[in-house]
Ligand binder design. Structure first.
Ligand SMILES: O=P(O)(O)OC[C@H]1O[C@H](OP(=O)(O)OP(=O)(O)O)[C@H](O)[C@@H]1O
Ligand SMILES: NC(=O)CC[C@H](N)C(=O)O
Ligand SMILES: [Mg+2]
Length: 532
């Protein structure tokens, strides 16, 4: 009975079209017919990836004479793009991005895709986070003499790529040169990066870091005249747009697609393949299949395993549970508010979820959630259950305690904000006001994902165990990350940033000089305001 309830609860979020969280989504599209504009489809695809990042979004297309057309700014896909801006994005190939920053700031100028004119004209979209930015910046400055205009690690990564391409010294580039350049770049950078790039008048390119931490895959669609190609963070985009043969980009692999050819090559030395397990716990859409693993099925398995653990712990403590939620009713029409202030988040939980007195009153309640990060949500729902008369409140978490920061592209609070940081499980229960908290074990979590594709030997579980698969993450880096995060939170709150930014939309006319409407951000950088 308990077992069934748990499974029902954990899957109750599965029909949701996406989850508010903090990451990035990337997309590339090449239509066989260059006379058909790809922007409407990229826009559709980005809206399917919106759950991966809600801070900024953008599309760059490549039209006749290899000319780029750009529209990007802070805001959600529905805010930035409308019929008029989409119509002006000309060309049959393009790149799209949805962003939540993990490096740099919330500045409009850091919205992606990024562009550099030399060599050849490159457009670039990145999901992930680099951990050796300090030395790379030094190299850019002292050796490569390339200017980086923002604090975004993605702009830096693009320039490292561009510098490697430059070194091939060719008048006209070919696939061999591109593979060589990406291989060179992979030797220089450390961290997580799933990327989609576009070379003016040439084609689109996808590559993934040697550990394959963040996802990206490819799919094909046959048309009457030839084949269209798609790159996307998640397979859900392919399925929704009639693409088939989804194929994950391999760790350390690069794929180049032109109108006439598809070339793929392992460009990095072999390394441990370790996709981020948090994609399965929380981030990815349940209807996606990442690295051969159905997110939906992995979540079902997590529910099964957690149910067993809960039964074991409750029996051990001789506690019985009368009701397992769903007993909270969710308001589906409340979006993210982009406010990180504790009090505001608390209020948001109450706007989103409401406890039903009938289910809770006088009973021992088991509340189940996918994860406990800062403890804001669980603390509030425990209090809500108690307010309507629950006797004992036990919280079960589908993820193990999160005790370490994420350095690979997920915006996680700094260590001191993590409720499980430096706390034993009993202390976490006390901090969130629960009578007991039961976490999924890491072994069970790994098993519930891994059994769906046993060929994956390891997952990045660093937020749970502090083991960073790339190595090279030192104390200085954590401190810098925490300072940056605190600055970003301060500047966002300082701007009174609640509610999705209201942005009017942007477009460039000719060339790639961006123009954009602002959401009150006072730093313009290379991003200009465009009024419709
Ligand atoms: O301990 P916390 O800091 O509160 O973080 C944990 C919560 O954050 C996520 O929910 P979120 O409200 O972001 O989105 P959801 O409604 O899609 O679950 C997650 O599902 C947990 O409920
Ligand atoms: N979440 C992400 O993947 C962010 C990408 C990049 N690090 C940025 O901050 O823009
Ligand atoms: Mg939640």
């Amino acid at each position: 009975m308990l077992h069934n309830h748990l499974v029902v609860f954990l899957t109750s979020g599965l029909e949701r079209p996406g989850r508010p969280c903090y990451l990035c989504g990337i997309l590339g599209l090449l239509l066989h017919d260059p006379n058909i504009n790809c922007a409407p489809e990229i826009c559709e695809g980005l809206s399917l990836l919106q759950h991966r990042g809600q801070d900024a979004c953008g599309i760059v297309t490549c039209g006749p004479k290899g000319r780029f057309f750009q529209c990007k700014a802070n805001g959600m896909v529905r805010d930035i793009f409308d019929e008029s801006s989409i119509r002006k994005l000309i060309g049959g190939m393009g790149v799209g991005h949805v962003r939540y920053p993990t490096a740099g700031s919330f500045n409009n100028a850091e919205a992606q895709p990024f562009y550099v004119n030399s060599p050849y004209g490159i457009v670039f979209a990145h999901n992930g986070n680099l951990i050796n930015t300090a030395s790379l910046l030094q190299y850019m400055d002292a050796t490569a003499h390339r200017h980086i205009n923002t604090s975004s690690d993605s702009e830096l990564l693009l320039n490292i790529f561009a510098n490697n391409l430059q070194q091939t010294g060719k008048f006209r580039i070919n696939e061999e040169d591109i593979f060589t350049a990406i291989g060179g770049m992979m030797k220089q950078v450390k961290g997580a990066y799933a990327c989609v790039a576009m070379l003016a008048g040439f084609g689109i390119i996808a590559f993934r870091d040697p550990n394959g931490i963040r996802p990206v895959g490819m799919a094909v669609r046959k048309t009457e005249t030839g084949k269209d190609y798609l790159f996307a963070s998640e397979s859900v985009v392919a399925v929704a747009s009639g693409f088939t043969e989804w194929d994950d980009v391999k760790p350390g692999e690069a794929i180049i697609i032109t109108r006439t050819s598809v070339s793929r090559r392992q460009v990095a030395e072999p390394a441990t393949f370790a996709p981020d397990i948090f994609e399965y716990v929380y981030f990815a859409r349940p209807d996606s299949v990442l690295d051969g693993i159905s997110v939906y099925r992995s979540r079902m398995a997590m529910g099964d395993m957690l149910a067993e653990e809960v039964k074991r712990v409750l029996t051990q403590h001789d506690i019985s549970v009368d009701v397992v939620i769903p007993g909270l009713s969710r308001n589906r029409y409340v979006g993210r508010t982009f406010i990180h202030a504790r009090s505001a988040d608390e209020k948001n939980v109450r706007r989103k979820l409401n406890a039903m007195a009938l289910e809770f009153s006088g009973r021992n309640v088991l509340l189940v959630d996918d994860s406990i990060v800062r403890g804001t949500t669980s603390k509030e729902i425990v209090q809500m259950a108690k307010d309507v008369g629950a006797k004992k409140v036990i919280v079960a978490s589908c993820a193990p305690p999160i005790r370490y920061p994420n350095v690979y592209g997920i915006d996680m609070p700094s260590r001191s904000e993590l409720v499980a940081y430096g706390r034993k499980e009993e202390d976490v229960a006390e901090a969130i006001g629960a009578d007991m908290v039961i976490f999924q074990t890491l072994t069970d979590l790994i098993e519930s994902v891994r059994h769906l594709n046993p060929s994956i030997a390891k997952f990045d579980c660093s937020v749970f165990d502090g083991d960073y698969v790339t190595g090279g993450v030192d104390e200085d880096y954590f401190s810098d990350l925490e300072t940056l995060r605190a600055d970003n939170v301060r500047s966002k709150i300082g701007k009174g940033g609640g509610g999705a930014p209201s942005v009017n939309g942007i477009q460039s006319s000719e060339g790639v000089v961006s123009s954009g409407a602002m959401n009150g951000d006072d730093t313009v950088g290379l991003h200009n305001t465009w009024k419709r």
